[in-house]
Design a protein around this ligand. Structure first.
Ligand code: AP5
Length: 215
């Protein structure tokens, strides 16, 4: 069966972390709209220039831009073997339009997995997150040796803090999540696709729950 998954969850809930584990464990493609946008910003493309001001402040990029991006991305042969979407859809208009895209492609979603994590844990995770600017692997300062330089264990690049992880942008991102993205839970519950799991436990425990859902 081809796996087509959506990971839903607040900023910092672990979507990127679990999506990377799913990519490795199930040989499906991890599609992070946030990573695609950050690469576009780094490369100074037209999309990057458009997205930057929204992202730096913690606001969502307009729906029409995201829908064009996802349509162009997923309409390619490498996605036929399955994928996990991390960060898309995140508004009701995006979910509705994505439903039509899937219909057009004759494809169906396997599940929508919502990672539930409380605010205190989210703030701790986001304030301590460091990312590799080369491969986008995420770390938390609690896992790193504070006495040396913080480098990616995969490619040795110096780790950085995301601009939108400062306290002001994080507050705006939480608001956007509650206003725009939380209603998606009902959207997918109505379609019998929603699975909620406790995302506040250790990474491996959360992944085991996802594996149980997919078994
Ligand atoms: P995006 O990059 O998607 O960010 P986000 O949704 O805010 O989510 P994060 O990446 O902050 O968190 P995550 O859930 O992936 O957690 P992670 O695994 O890193 O989007 C950024 C911006 O792009 C948006 O604000 C918007 O502007 C724009 N954008 C993107 N898509 C869009 C769309 N569809 N429409 C409109 N705009 C869009 O984990 C966080 C930290 O916790 C890490 O340090 C990690 O190591 C640690 N951690 C993870 N899991 C655990 C665990 N189980 N236990 C302990 N620590 C953990």
């Amino acid at each position: 069966m081809v796996l087509r998954l959506i990971l839903l969850g607040s900023p910092g809930s672990g979507k990127g972390t679990q999506a990377r584990m799913l990519q490795e464990g199930y040989q499906i493609v991890h599609v992070s709209t946030g990573d695609i946008l950050r690469r576009a910003i780094q490369a100074q493309t037209e999309l990057g220039r458009l997205a930057q001001s929204y992202m730096d402040d913690g606001n969502l990029v307009p729906d029409d831009v995201m829908l064009r991006l996802v349509k162009e991305t997923l309409d390619a042969p490498r996605y036929e073997a399955g994928y996990v979407l991390d960060g898309f859809p995140r508004t009701v208009p995006q979910s509705t339009a994505f439903e039509s895209m899937l219909l057009q492609w004759g494809a169906a979603l396997t599940a929508v997995i919502s990672l539930e994590v409380n605010r205190e844990v989210l703030i701790h995770r986001l304030s301590g997150r460091r990312v590799c600017p080369e491969c986008a692997t995420t770390y938390h300062i609690d896992q790193l040796d504070p006495s040396g330089e913080l480098r990616c264990t995969r490619d040795g690049a110096l780790l950085v803090q995301r601009k939108d992880d400062d306290a002001q942008a994080v507050a705006i991102r939480f608001d956007a999540f509650e206003r725009e993205t939380l209603p998606l839970k009902q959207f997918y519950r109505d379609r019998g696709l929603l699975r909620e799991i406790d995302g506040s436990r250790a990474t491996g425990e959360v992944f085991k729950d996802i594996q149980r859902i997919l078994a």
